[in-house]
Write a protein that binds this ligand. Structure first.
Ligand code: KG4
Length: 339
């Protein structure tokens, strides 16, 4: 029998719903919240209110675009955490109400695992581009920078992670210093294309094992600019592209160095990337270069699955559904949770 899973994502500032049938994507609807732009970051209270406004039309549209009736759903999967508690509560409560009304099981999904499992979403029946186990996944977003050893759909281990800031945070905070809008990552990426990546020397951390650190890079970026601005108040305006290119090159080198080390030590050549920062063109290029040089088989997600989306939640829910791993009605969201 077909397994049709509705996924609901509301962990941060995107309200999303998606339908997956036996691993094949039928719909993926995302309502992004513009309300935060004026504040230079996500305002949690405004995010949960916007989720409340968006959730019914978004779920309705996902079911409509999938061309199914809601009575065909086998289960409702939802993001339980990590994320903003007020935002998560909206998705979790809605999932409970819908599952109860339809008399179908609920599946709680770890948002970080969902990013990894986005690589298993099939665009059609014939799509067989999914990674094989075991593989390494570099998960890089605004809140996380992790190297994950994926043994199976429901068996993952974090082998390295940031001890301070995430890679996306480093992009965003440095971008803010040079006057770029929030989130700065995509702006840095855009401007970096016109700049010289070797122009500005920035600090790289020396951390043991597979862990990351990005706070030193942020500080060195800040101090470098403070000194230059004393000599030339227009330094940022005159050198923006070079600053972006050098920053991007440094972040990508830090990320790839640890990933290379993990791949070598664990003797794994199948390597994936996930999360918002996986949209970065420099990182994508580095993956392609590593594939050629180290004979890695790489998996780079389509842009639609790099940011928060419910397709990955439905996909994760599908694997947990198959494993018979369901959530109960007293399940509550978690703001922080490990993989
Ligand atoms: O996974 P994600 O959508 O959600 C959060 O973790 O919040 O990741 C968002 C992060 C932000 O830091 C954003 O600046 C970064 O991903 N990002 C990028 C690019 N696109 C998004 N960073 C660098 N280059 C990009 N093209």
């Amino acid at each position: 029998m077909n397994k049709v899973i509705l996924g609901i994502e509301s962990s941060c500032d995107d309200t999303s719903a998606a339908v997956i049938r036996d691993g094949v994507l039928l719909s993926n609807v995302i309502a992004s919240q513009k309300v935060h732009e004026a504040y230079g970051g996500v305002v949690p209270e405004l995010a949960s209110r916007a989720h409340q406004q968006n959730i019914i039309p978004v779920v309705h549209e996902a079911i409509r675009q999938a061309g199914i009736s809601k009575n065909e759903l086998s289960a409702v999967a939802f993001t339980r955490g990590p994320g903003l508690l007020g935002s998560l509560l909206v998705g979790v409560s809605f999932a409970k109400g819908l599952a109860l009304a339809l008399d179908v099981p609920m599946v709680d999904v770890n948002h970080l695992q969902a990013h990894v499992l986005a690589h298993f979403i099939k665009k059609d029946e014939a799509d067989n581009s999914q990674p094989s186990f075991p593989f390494l996944c570099l998960l890089v977003s605004g809140g996380n920078s992790q190297i994950i050893l994926v043994r199976n759909w429901n068996d993952m281990e974090v082998v390295g992670q940031t001890i301070d800031d995430a890679a996306g945070e480093a992009f965003d905070k440095c971008a803010k210093v040079i006057g770029l809008p929030y989130p700065g990552g995509p702006w840095v990426d855009k401007l970096a294309k016109e700049g010289n990546p070797d122009r500005i020397p920035l600090n790289k951390p020396h951390i043991a094992g597979y862990d990351y650190s990005f706070s030193g890079l942020k500080t060195s970026f800040l101090y470098f600019l403070r000194d230059r601005l004393q000599e030339n108040p227009n330094y940022i305006e005159e050198n923006k592209a070079d600053l972006c290119a050098s920053l991007q090159k440094t972040v990508v080198e830090i990320l790839m160095q640890k990933l290379r080390k993990a791949a070598k030590d664990l003797n794994i050549r199948e390597v994936a990337v996930a999360g918002g920062v996986s949209a970065n063109s420099g990182l994508r290029k580095a993956f392609e270069e590593h594939a050629a040089r180290y004979r890695w088989k790489i998996h780079i997600p389509p842009f639609a699955f790099t940011t928060d989306n419910a397709a990955m939640v439905a996909m994760s829910g599908y694997f947990k559904y198959l494993a018979g791993d369901f959530a109960s009605m007293d399940c509550v969201p978690f703001s922080r949770v490990e993989i």
